[in-house]
Design a binder for this molecule. Structure first.
Ligand SMILES: [Zn+2]
Length: 577
């Protein structure tokens, strides 16, 4: 997949990195750089940095880094060619006609096509007289035909090969249909339809492509849902159901529901900001996607034990990215769908407006656990409430403490001092956790170059040499005179070094977009970090010589020969070296 340097140069020039990243991340200028909250890991203080002069980015928290193409790859979950295409389209740069391998892209686009055809097929089945019961199922749920069309709902007939036959006629091969997870393979190697006798809900991504399906039984049989497993076109941990519609209606808030059916019912009732995760518990990736569109989330989970656990986990996940969380208290119905059917949309709207903040929700749950007429349990409740308040700002703590004091007749002062004690303890735990997570991140970075742990001094010297070269390619003469690839101790750095020194000698550009094609994502991330570090080195020439000496010493330790058993000839050679 070799794009020529001239094309990449044009692509880079027309897609100014701070502008492109600025549409994903809220960037603040800091001198010659920009800083913001990293979109690739949860953080509250910005360690994500954009360098306009080298058109690169690097996160000091998680080690993600690279050029504008790398950023798009990671942010949009695309492969290299797709990311290049997206940037070319965005900026009106013409893609080269040939010379790159886009077979992966073609296979993925083929899956989108197949999914679309399958969705049409499932929809048509609904209007078929012999599948009347499926249409009736939707009507029984209260869905109108407009809603069915809007979501492209359908029905997979109870047949082993109805879809297979239809798509084969359209010249899609069984292997392709299998890759889209629409067919399954029997032990004997035959193919059959994955979805049978189920109502079908297409999952559509933000760009309007059908990426997968959820299929639900119409009775109480199990499994209730079958979902498309991950394919080239679909990663369920990244996908959010109905985000394609909700993205235009969610300035104020997003309603996060438990399942597809709740979402569809809410949209029909006029709440077009409702979404759901796709057959998984909420993931950090989904949280970050939601965070791109809104700063408030209203959680609408079933009122059972599993639902409460999901709420707790979601509050924590959204908290990590600074999203405000409210919790819907659906009473008198098992889920929002049923609530709207029973009480109507207006009552649901009132419910939304009265949604509890995460603090109110936690306090309510705590209160329900205890019998407040018993002094011992009352004390336990106040203790738990004080712990909940300890997570709040002093002002909010004060407000809630007044309320609890009134409820329990315990003095506000006592509640406040108890929660202060908790806050202090929590702060200490948090510091320890942060240290641990910093160490964890360092470990993760070490995983990228696994030899670094054993050969720390050598690896650091190698990294500094690369850092100097990235910023001062003319230092190549000093390097060439003193060092070869073979002197490198860690294979990971050796490869980066080989690539950049070869490019310097060939007179090729060292900008990350150009180098990206020759390096893995991890190598490029590391290189972006080293390039950033290299900017702050005082005297590059001296730094370089010191690091070369260190590296040679370290290398020598590793190959320390057995002097006692060496021939004169060998000794002379070693000495000359
Ligand atoms: Zn990061």
């Amino acid at each position: 997949m070799a794009f020529n340097d001239a094309f990449l140069e044009e692509l880079r020039a027309k897609n100014e990195i701070s502008e492109v990243i600025g549409s994903y991340v809220n960037l603040k200028r800091a001198g010659r750089l920009y800083k913001g909250l990293c979109p690739f890991h949860g953080e509250k203080t910005p360690s994500f940095t954009v360098y306009p002069d080298t058109q690169s980015f690097y996160c000091f928290g998680c080690g993600a880094g690279g050029d504008v193409v790398t950023f798009i790859r990671k942010a949009e979950n695309l492969d290299y060619i797709e990311a290049v295409k997206l940037l070319a389209d965005r900026s009106g740069v013409r893609m080269p006609d040939s010379g790159y391998d886009d077979s992966m892209l073609k296979r993925r686009n083929r899956i989108y096509e197949i999914n679309k055809e399958a969705a049409h097929f499932f929809f048509r089945q609904l209007t078929d007289e012999q599948n009347r019961h499926a249409l009736q199922y939707y009507f029984n749920r209260g869905y109108t035909f407009d809603t069915i069309k809007h979501f492209g709902l359908g029905y997979a007939p109870d047949s082993w090969d109805a879809l297979k036959k239809h798509l084969n006629e359209l010249h899609y091969s069984n292997e392709e249909l299998y890759a889209a997870n629409l067919l399954k393979k029997s032990a004997k190697g035959g193919y059959y339809d994955n979805f049978r006798g189920r109502v079908m809900i297409p999952i559509i991504d933000i760009r309007g492509r059908v990426v997968g399906f959820g299929g639900r039984v119409m009775d109480d049989s199990k499994p209730k849902y079958i979902n498309t497993s991950d394919t080239l076109a679909y990663k369920k941990t990244h996908q959010i159901f109905a985000m394609n519609f909700a993205k235009n209606h969610c300035k104020d808030a997003i309603i996060l529901c438990e399942g597809y059916m709740d979402v569809i019912a809410l949209h029909q009732a006029g709440f077009e900001n409702a979404v759901a995760s796709c057959g998984t518990a909420l993931t950090p990736e989904q949280v970050r996607t939601i965070a791109k569109y809104t700063d408030t989330v209203i959680l609408s989970q079933d009122a059972d034990e599993a639902g409460r656990k999901a709420v707790d986990k979601s509050i924590a996940l959204f908290g990590e990215v600074g999203i405000k969380v409210k919790v819907l208290n659906v009473q008198g119905a098992k889920d929002p769908d049923e609530y709207i059917q029973k009480f109507g949309a207006d009552r649901f709207k009132a419910l939304l407006e009265g949604a509890e903040t995460d603090t109110e929700y936690k306090l309510l749950l705590a209160k329900q656990k205890y019998d407040l007429t018993s002094p011992a349990q009352l004390a336990d409740y106040v203790g738990e409430a004080a712990r909940i308040l300890s997570e709040l700002s002093p002002v909010k703590r004060d407000i809630y403490a007044s309320e609890i004091a009134e409820q329990t007749k315990v003095s506000k002062q006592a509640i406040l001092s108890e929660s202060k004690r908790f806050a202090g303890k929590a702060a200490r735990t948090k510091r320890r956790e942060m240290n641990r997570s910093a160490m964890q991140m360092q470990d993760d970075k070490d995983k990228i170059n696994p030899e670094k742990r054993r050969h720390k001094a050598a690896a650091l010297a190698e990294e500094h040499i690369i850092a100097v070269l990235m910023n001062h390619p003319d230092c190549i003469r000093t390097v060439s005179a003193n060092l070869t690839e073979e002197d490198f101790v860690t294979a990971f750095n050796r490869h980066i070094f080989a690539v950049i020194t070869r490019r310097i000698r060939e007179g090729k550009s060292l900008n990350l977009s150009a180098v990206a094609q020759e390096l893995s994502e991890e190598e490029l991330g590391t290189l972006a970090g080293l390039e950033a570090m290299g900017k702050s080195l005082g005297n590059p020439q001296r730094e370089l010589l010191e690091c070369i000496t260190t590296l040679k010493e370290e290398k020598l330790k590793l190959v320390q020969p057995d002097l006692a058993h060496m021939s004169d000839e060998e000794f002379r050679k070693l000495f000359e070296n």
